[in-house]
Write a protein that binds this ligand. Structure first.
Ligand SMILES: C=CC1=C(C)c2cc3[nH]c(cc4nc(cc5[nH]c(cc1n2)c(C)c5CCC(=O)O)C(CCC(=O)O)=C4C)c(C)c3C=C
Ligand SMILES: [Fe+2]
Ligand SMILES: [Fe+2]
Length: 352
């Protein structure tokens, strides 16, 4: 598109009652659990310079010459193990979360607020969804990446996609972005309550492992705050659940490639714990707002097998917050906090 050619989508009004919109953004997922559908998804994801910080031409050769020939079939096999009749758990869960939040905000606010869901990779894209919101009259936009901890590889990349979209618009909406909510009190309480609720149903294991998605150590050395934010979330959960550093342990999963990623690795940790005599291990993944391949397959299936193979009796995966009442309340509160001045809470409207 030529530099001086901007898109005008209309929908703006010049009165004071400009509409607010919330764009939830999750990672994205393939269209089907097949190598054919996984390949373009991986090509877009792993072609993102925020995700792989490597000399471009060298990475392009490795990605197209090696990785995209091997990994799609392997990933498709993993996706097939968790695929549901409704589709990919990440997509289904994220859509339910968006619907739930739309309803919840409708109860909490008098003015209409539109909630939309975009995927960073695949569809619906950040661009389509922002354009759609603008057509619906949204002049004030809150972007909420569904990643509690900030990483340049996840949240940073969402910010890129938002910026790329806005710079094409003739009249971009007023913009706010939630960078992270790793230490948000409501979010920590939601996590603590949901873990306690799960324990009251299933009993407690001997230890609680929090497994976060890993990133290369190199990125943290370069200034990515992700590691510290994961440790902060874990420490706040220790306080809320009354657990010590040996009772609540942190590890990092999903390593790709050969360079060192954040440690300790989840697979090595569950095996170590089993060898040390832990029989019942509980695992939660607070870095994932919605259950997906990385939790349902990698933790609840693969790492469960590793744990049992190393002498453990059972590894029990505690589900993500998904569209639980705890998640809906805490995210709605977070949205209200970040849209202050934009929305009028229902109670305040009644009072006037
Ligand atoms: C190779 C680099 C990767 C980095 C860096 C990375 C960071 C990162 N990822 C998430 C969240 C998710 N990742 C998911 C899948 C997934 N991640 C990578 C690679 C990196 N992630 C790959 C190749 C895949 C695809 C599956 C596979 O082939 O193994 C998912 C699940 C998607 C789904 O469809 O269910 C999520 C969610 C975060 C939060 C993060 C940085 C902190
Ligand atoms: Fe607290
Ligand atoms: Fe990932």
């Amino acid at each position: 598109m030529p530099r001086n050619h901007y898109t005008y989508l209309g929908g703006h009004s010049n009165d004071q009652s400009s509409k607010a919109g919330v764009l939830l953004v999750n990672l994205g997922t393939p269209e089907a659990p097949t190598a054919r559908a996984v390949r373009p998804y991986l090509a877009e994801f792993l072609g993102d310079p925020r995700v792989i910080e490597y000399p471009r031409w060298l990475w392009w050769l490795i990605l197209h010459g090696v990785i995209l020939r091997i990994r799609p079939a392997r990933s498709a096999h993993a996706y097939a193990r968790i695929w549901t009749s409704e589709g990919s758990p990440l997509r289904v869960g994220s859509e339910k979360l968006a619907t739930g939040l739309q309803e919840k905000l409708g109860q909490l606010c008098t003015e209409p607020v539109r909630v939309a869901l975009a995927m960073r990779y695949g569809t619906p894209s950040v661009r389509t969804q922002i354009e759609q919101l603008q057509r619906q009259g949204v002049q004030r936009l809150l972007v909420l990446p569904l990643y509690p901890q900030y990483s340049a590889t996840s949240t940073g990349s969402v910010i890129d996609a938002v910026a790329d979209t806005l710079k094409q618009l003739r009249w971009p909406p007023e913009l706010r972005i939630v960078n992270d909510y790793h230490n948000d009190e409501g979010h920590i309480q939601a996590l603590a309550h949901s873990i306690e609720r799960w324990w009251s149903k299933h009993g407690r294991g001997e230890k609680l492992l929090l497994s976060f998605h890993g990133i290369p150590q190199r990125y943290v050395t370069a200034g990515d705050p992700y590691f510290d934010q994961c440790q902060n979330t874990a420490q706040l959960l220790r306080t809320h659940l009354g657990l010590s550093e040996t009772e609540l342990i942190v590890s990092f999963q999903s390593r790709v490639g050969r360079e060192p990623w954040l440690e300790p690795y989840t697979d090595a940790t569950v095996q170590r714990l089993a060898k040390e005599g832990v029989k019942r291990l509980d695992v939660a993944c607070p870095g994932f707002s919605v259950d997906c391949l990385e939790t349902l397959e990698e933790i609840a299936m693969q790492n469960r097998d590793f744990f049992i193979g190393a002498g453990g009796e059972d590894l029990r995966y505690i589900p993500a917050l998904n569209d639980s009442p705890e998640q809906l309340s805490s995210l709605a509160a977070l949205i209200l906090k970040h849209t202050h001045g934009w929305l009028q809470p229902a109670s305040a409207a009644q009072a006037t």
